[in-house]
Design a protein around this ligand. Structure first.
Ligand SMILES: [Zn+2]
Length: 384
């Protein structure tokens, strides 16, 4: 069954108002339609001409682009769509895409959809990816093929180096996520020690730029693993405390906790007690009372036996979701998935899967995390 899909769409010319219909691509599969994929990069796909007045312009349809070899799915909504319409378009087209791919061929990357502003933005993104791939595919002066493939020659690029390059080339959070999902070995705790050693070797050989790059990669990774194994707090971050004090209802408190999950850590209770004492010592009675009220509310939240177990069940539902609909259902059923705590938990899950040797599962968890982050980012945009 072909993956690519196009249909006759009824259109209205924005110039003369005439109704007509035209063939519009809704799903382009890179392998099936290389010429259309090339036209997409030139921004020549879904451009229609009004048969009445000759006006030419974009058809204004949503589009999904699928490239199995590059493991990429890109989505562009129809221009001018409201947020809920965008979500519907993405869901429908994505379900159609996944449904046309044989069950055995489905891979976790399918859940990891890059969202472009519009078809032109998608073309721009594809050209950027092409450039980057060409750059990274530049041959590192390969030696002539050895007659026997084993043992591995010392000039062969170790996979870790490719992973480090990808990590260092990542200049946005999304790129970083992609690098980590392409190279889950980076999540291995041993990688940080290996990078330190490699940096020392490079420095000893006078390769200072490489050494610095390796150190940067290590710091990036250790910054991330610090996030997953938080140190004991010694003070409440001022922003979290500020927001905590201005949360006047349970619902508001819940939102503040979602933004600052560290408020649920047990040591916060003690830190709040210190704040209360400080407030009392400086005769700030009202502040002390307010702090005490928040302390009690947080303690109640922390004690809620459902919270942790709920998140676990939520993550299980998310990871088991095998299509967009199931994914959306999991999000509906477990709003906790849209918290930083859930991102954290998915990250830890991926690291554990990786440590247990299950790279596929690790990748899947990272892809799910990325998708959850996107949904959250979308919601935050809606709110502002
Ligand atoms: Zn017209």
């Amino acid at each position: 069954m072909p993956i690519s899909y196009r249909e006759q769409a009824p259109l209205t010319c924005p110039h003369c108002g005439a109704d007509f219909s035209a063939d519009i691509w809704l799903i382009i599969d890179a392998d099936e339609e290389p010429e259309v994929a090339a036209a997409l990069r030139r921004e020549e796909v879904n451009i229609v001409t009004c048969p009445h007045c000759g006006a030419r312009g974009p058809a204004g349809a949503p589009l999904i682009y699928h490239d199995a070899r590059a493991r990429r799915v890109l989505f562009a909504p129809a221009p001018g769509s409201a947020d809920h319409e965008i979500r519907e378009q993405a869901r429908d087209l994505h379900a159609l895409l996944v449904g046309s791919i044989d069950q055995e061929q489905r891979r976790p990357y399918l859940a990891d959809v890059d969202i472009a502003q519009d078809v032109s933005g998608m073309a721009h993104l594809l050209r950027r990816i092409d450039t980057r791939q060409r750059a990274s595919a530049a041959p590192p002066a390969a030696p002539p093929a050895a007659p026997s493939p084993a043992p591995p020659s010392p000039t062969e690029r170790p996979p870790l180096l490719a992973a480090v390059e990808a990590l260092l080339a990542a200049d946005t959070a999304a790129d970083l996520e992609q690098a980590l999902s392409d190279h889950p070995e980076l999540l291995d705790p041993a990688t940080i020690a290996t990078l330190t050693q490699l940096a020392e070797v490079a420095a000893a050989q006078g390769e200072h730029e490489i050494a610095q790059g390796l150190r940067n990669a290590r710091d990036l990774l250790s910054g991330m693993s610090n996030r997953s194994e938080p140190e004991r707090l010694t003070e409440i971050p001022p922003a979290a405390l500020q927001e905590l004090l201005s949360a006047h209802s349970d619902a508001e408190l819940e939102q503040v906790i979602a933004r600052h999950p560290l408020l649920l850590r047990p040591e916060i209770d003690e830190l709040l007690a210190i704040e209360i004492e400080t407030a009392l010592a400086s005769d700030a009675e009202q502040l002390a009372q307010l702090l005490e009220a928040r302390r009690i509310a947080l303690a109640a939240f922390r004690a809620a036996p459902a919270a942790g177990a709920d998140l676990e069940a939520a993550i299980e539902a998310l990871l088991l979701a095998d299509d967009e609909e199931a994914f959306a259902q999991a999000l509906d059923q477990y709003p906790a998935l849209l918290s930083e705590a859930a991102e954290q938990a998915l990250w830890e899950f991926a690291a554990e899967a990786r440590a247990g040797g299950d790279e596929e599962l690790a990748r899947h968890a990272i892809a799910c995390r990325e998708l959850v982050r996107r949904v959250r980012a979308g919601l935050e945009q809606d709110r502002s």
